[in-house]
Design a protein around this ligand. Sequence first.
Ligand SMILES: O=c1ccn([C@H]2C[C@H](O)[C@@H](COP(=O)(O)OP(=O)(O)OP(=O)(O)O)O2)c(=O)[nH]1
Ligand SMILES: [Mg+2]
Length: 144
Amino acid sequence: MKVKVINKSQHPLPAYQTPLSAGLDLRANLEDPITLGPLERRLIGTGLFIELPEGFEAQVRPRSGLAFKHGLSVLNTPGTVDADYRGEIKVLLVNLSNEPFTVQNGERIAQMVIAQHEQIRWDEVEVLSETQRGAGGYGSTGKS
Ligand SMILES: O=c1ccn([C@H]2C[C@H](O)[C@@H](COP(=O)(O)OP(=O)(O)OP(=O)(O)O)O2)c(=O)[nH]1
Ligand SMILES: [Mg+2]
């Protein structure tokens, strides 16, 4: 599927790193490096603007390597980029470690997965169907 994109960043377009990758790595588009202290969060621009077809969203997710090695995550993961959004795609990065982390210009800080979704119409009723689970949740089925 083709997706319209405007690239105002200093970097190449996000690319799939392997043939079957789901995520396109997003690069920080910065004038200067940004240091995130412990528990600090920053909205980091990518310089990218996209036009998704109706029925699609882009999900902004953490990279597991950065999470594992440096405690870096995406605070609102999965971030939701709506198909009618025309602003810059941004990444809400958070440092969940005890050490400061410096984001360099061009660093791959998150990944974006394009996903299909439904829009619903409500069918408001008084009763829902009965199921084995019923209202059980939060560990109701036990551990083993
Ligand atoms: O990680 C993200 C999440 C959102 N957005 C952009 C695209 C999205 O369409 C818009 C609004 O996001 P969301 O609906 O999550 O935020 P909100 O707090 O509900 O704001 P709004 O009232 O503008 O919908 O912000 C990003 O660029 N990156
Ligand atoms: Mg919203």
